[in-house]
Design a protein around this ligand. Structure first.
Ligand SMILES: *Cc1c(COP(=O)(O)O)cnc(C)c1O
Length: 386
């Protein structure tokens, strides 16, 4: 089976992790700060906090922005459930903004329309999670302008987009957002096995995220209430969690991030080749927003079901049966049973639901060979013609 995504672990990666196993610190040592430093250098963000998953990063991001009971978090329905769940963890209400039919990202025009209505109802969002689907950046300038007008905060869920660029700013620089979140799950662009990070340029948010990731506990006298009792002293000043990344994970991250640009460049070569090889197929190829450089986590095609005799499910199953490990990103979050119990229903976000009817993620990972790619295209071509 040609998988839809796959990590690359080199001997150097392995050596870096083994080195940590032989060292004094398996957690809370030098590797996590070293990885954070590399994340800051790469993105030019002023603060970076490595945590045990992007889900945890989204949670501490929401907490640091003060999201709580009665507040609203808005996001796109075409994302992994974690982009919305982080709001529920904080006791907030969730709502969605339908996607743009070209980019498949949250649509800024629909966002504006929804904000106008929400303002009248007194239900404006406190936080918007902008997901860069497939690695393609959202229209951040438009979203940022609306954030200023309607006074909400922006979290970029850049789980797919590390190594990408929006206009002249690197994803993670937080130029048009308050916080950016990355995932280092093995299917993503670089990996720490499990892991994530939250980046910001805001000192107050940074201090809070640092507290929330580790029990709300501090040893910094400046953050304490009153005087220190002595050298052993620490204080809990927030209700935090244990979301720390281990030293083993961070060492893997330090080793992997050195190859990040190379990984993304390889994905671009593959995407370019897919686009050329599949020009004549009855499918819609991915659209690229001008002035952006995608992280290219995913390569999503849309079947033109009017031009073929098979159903979406038939094409999907036949691809899998023929060794092509396709996937579907994503089932619209509002149609998940848990979200339907919260009151969402089919029909709420029609563009997202239409996307779900004919989207397929083709294999895309930087080590994919030309032979493997030719195999994907040839199998798909046969299935669509048959
Ligand atoms: C993978 C992913 C997450 C969750 O990442 P974890 O590191 O597995 O917690 C969140 N949002 C999006 C868009 C993702 O793709």
């Amino acid at each position: 089976m040609i998988p839809y995504g796959k990590q690359e672990i080199t001997q150097k990666d392995i050596d870096a992790v083994v080195e940590v196993l032989k060292s004094d610190f398996l957690t809370q040592g030098p590797q996590v700060p070293a990885f954070e430093k590399l994340l800051m250098d790469f993105t030019s963000a002023q603060y970076a906090f490595a945590v045990n998953s992007a889900t945890s990063a989204l949670h501490i991001a929401c907490l640091s922005l003060g999201l709580g009971k009665g507040d609203y978090l808005w996001t796109t329905p075409i994302t992994f459930v974690a982009s919305a769940n982080c709001g529920l963890y904080c006791g907030a209400n969730i709502d969605f903004v339908d996607i743009d039919d070209k980019t498949y990202n949250l649509c800024p025009i629909k966002l504006k329309e929804k904000l106008i209505i929400a303002e009248k109802q007194g239900k404006l969002p406190k936080v918007l999670v902008a997901v860069h689907l497939c690695g393609q950046p959202c229209d951040m300038k438009a979203i940022h302008a609306l954030a200023l007008e309607y006074d909400f905060k922006i979290i970029e869920d850049a789980s797919h987009a590390i190594g990408g660029k929006y206009l002249n700013s690197i994803i993670g620089a937080c130029k048009y957002s308050d916080i950016t979140v990355f995932s280092f799950h093995p299917v993503k662009i670089i990996t720490t096995a499990e892991g994530g990070a939250a980046l910001t340029n805001d000192k107050t948010l940074a201090t809070k995220m640092n507290l929330f990731r580790s029990h709300g506990v501090t040893r910094d006298p400046e953050l304490m209430i009153g005087e220190s009792d002595g050298g052993w002293y620490y204080q809990q000043v927030e209700l935090g969690y244990n979301y720390r990344m281990t030293e083993l994970q961070a060492a893997l991250g330090v080793s992997q991030i050195k190859r990040l640009s190379e990984f993304v460049a390889a994905r671009h070569i593959l995407a370019h080749r897919y686009n050329e090889l599949m020009l004549d197929l009855p499918i819609r190829l991915p659209y690229q927003l001008p002035d952006t450089y995608s992280g290219l986590h995913l390569f999503v095609i849309r079947l033109d079901l009017d031009k073929i005799t098979k159903t979406h499910q038939q094409v999907f199953n036949e691809l899998r049966e023929n060794g092509i490990g396709v996937n579907l990103h994503y089932i619209p979050v509002h149609t998940q049973p848990y979200y339907r119990n919260l009151g969402f229903k089919f029909g709420d976000f029609p563009v997202a639901e239409c996307y779900y009817q004919n989207a397929i993620s083709l294999p895309m990972f930087h080590l994919m060979s030309k032979t493997q790619q030719d195999e994907v295209v040839s199998v798909l071509t046969k299935i669509l013609q048959g």
